[in-house]
Design a protein around this ligand. Structure first.
Ligand code: ADP
Length: 482
């Protein structure tokens, strides 16, 4: 079924494919149809244990001896194989996640870009020399943590593998990856491509399984030196607590409630595609989705009707039909979103998109919905929905914009649309977010751009060079030589 993976129901440990120790498998469902796509391994604590110990052996052995330039060359080779297999990877992701094919393809290309970027960066990370007392020479070394654990979600598996595993391998760590139970196939395919590119056994291990089994076992494992987690706030808190027990650093990326602020002088033609796409991309199942649109009163009606028009043209259907919107990842996710859609007292439905007639009945389809007249404290303006739902909130002035934009527990991404340069600078400083975009949203998701949150959106930075700082520890060396 998948050219890249003759079997989908194995773990990848120590460079070898094999069943989980108990031999159990789970069904992976195709969210476009609700039917079973294939089986995957139900890894457990003993598989995680094997993966961690083989990663340690790799780190202490072959893999640990690679020079930075050799690691870079290897990552570049993996990136090349990813590019050669972009169509296979995109189809696999579309079937597994429900992502429209074009969006799945963009993720596969981004995975290759991460490998290129971190491949190129591997030998450019270095320490410093520090002027100190007479008779001393002091310098710092940036060293890998050792064995890093990576627990990732189902919404952007390839992009998150790229930013997390890419930076960790580039800096010389050995990795154990636990992909999400809803979508683990491209993680397995990536392991196969890395293997084909020549990554030594144990440098990357992939153990699929349930969060409360394989995930929990990885987060409490005493052999892990760093944990990187992307997912829900509730599980992020568990991960941080588990990491506290063995005092290891954690990077958490936990989602958001990201605003776009439209001021009265905004270029609406430029803003419109971003206002809508940032909310419905990947059916709104994006940590950095823009789920709140704040609009200054004088442009409010104009923005609502222009957005409503675009919503009217949004079609939702099977991933392989490659429409604007695909299904949600699962029936569970659909019912979570529907629960929000039943709490809309006081809101006007400004527009909905459509679900195409041939969409299979068993698919997890939710029509995109735009709500207007929302107050900042409404549950739909405060809670992360993770579905194709946006609210429009009227605002008065700049002070109001800042207060409302910053008025949730999250702080991942924010954007502001205005031609006033001074206001752009004031807003960039005032917005509480890990990334701020001026007259755009997302900047095309560049792999070079540090990304991470404030507040409930988490802490630590991924992407760009910042991620490489996070995957290394600084050692200070002070020599007294007189
Ligand atoms: P979502 O709600 O988006 O599915 P989760 O936070 O539940 O996000 O899942 C993100 C990742 O965390 C997945 O790989 C999942 O298997 C894993 N996970 C879920 N529960 C736990 C847990 N108790 N311990 C460790 N990992 C977990």
């Amino acid at each position: 079924m998948f050219d890249l993976l003759p079997r989908t129901d194995h773990c990848f440990i120590n460079g070898v494919w094999g069943p989980s120790e108990n031999g159990d498998v789970l069904a992976s469902l195709n969210p476009s149809t609700g039917e079973t796509l294939c089986d995957f391994a139900r890894g457990g604590a003993s598989d995680i244990d094997r993966a961690v110990s083989t990663a340690r052996t790799a780190f202490d052995g072959d893999w640990g001896k690679y020079t930075a330039a050799e690691r870079g060359r290897l990552l570049a080779r993996i990136g090349q194989l990813v590019i050669e297999n972009v169509d296979h990877l995109a189809r696999m992701e579309a079937l597994d996640v429900g992502k429209p094919l074009t969006q799945a393809r963009a993720d596969a290309v981004a995975l290759a870009r991460y490998m290129e970027f971190y491949g190129g960066a591997a030998d450019k990370l270095h320490g410093e020399t520090i002027p100190y007392l007479d008779g001393y020479t002091v310098y710092t070394l940036r060293e890998p943590h050792g064995v890093t654990g990576h627990i990732i979600p189902w919404n952007y598996p390839m992009q998150i593998i790229g930013r997390s595993i890419g930076a960790a391998l580039a800096t010389g760590n050995a990795c154990v990856l636990k992909p999400a139970e809803e979508a683990c196939l491209t993680a397995l395919a990536f392991a196969e491509l890395a293997h084909q590119a020549g990554l030594p056994p144990g440098a990357l291990n992939v153990v699929p399984g349930l969060g409360e089994e394989a995930g929990a076992a990885l987060s409490v494992h005493q052999g892990i030196d760093h944990i990187s987690f992307t997912g829900s706030v509730a599980v992020g808190k568990l991960i941080q607590k588990a990491a506290a027990d063995h005092v290891v650093p954690v990077t958490l990326e936990l989602g958001g409630k990201s605003p776009q602020v439209v001021f009265d002088d905004a270029d609406l033609d430029a803003a419109l595609p971003f206002l809508v796409n940032a909310g419905i991309q990947n059916a709104g199942q994006t940590c950095s989705a823009s789920s709140r649109i704040l609009v200054q009163a004088s442009r409010y009606d104009e923005v609502v009707s222009a957005m409503a028009k675009r919503y009217g043209a949004l079609r939702t259907g099977p991933a392989l039909d490659d429409l604007e919107v695909g299904p949600l990842v699962s029936a569970t996710q659909k019912s979570l979103v529907e629960r929000f859609l039943s709490q809309t007292d006081g809101l006007d439905i400004a527009a909905t998109g459509s679900i195409v007639e041939n969409a299979p009945k068993g698919g997890a389809y939710v029509a995109p919905t735009l709500f207007a007249g929302c107050t900042p404290d409404h549950v739909l303006a405060q809670d992360e929905i993770f579905g194709p739902v946006q609210v429009v909130i009227p605002i008065e002035d700049e002070a109001d914009a800042i207060q409302i934009a910053n008025g949730t527990d999250y702080g991942l991404v924010a954007s502001c649309w205005t031609k006033d340069g001074a206001r752009q600078m004031r807003m960039a400083k005032a917005l509480r977010a890990g990334q701020v975009f001026l007259n755009n949203y997302g900047a095309g998701g560049g792999v070079e751009l540090p990304f991470g949150g404030r507040g409930l959106s988490g802490h630590g930075r991924e992407k760009g060079f910042e991620a490489m700082y996070g995957f290394t520890v600084v050692k200070t060396v002070a020599a007294l030589h007189g």
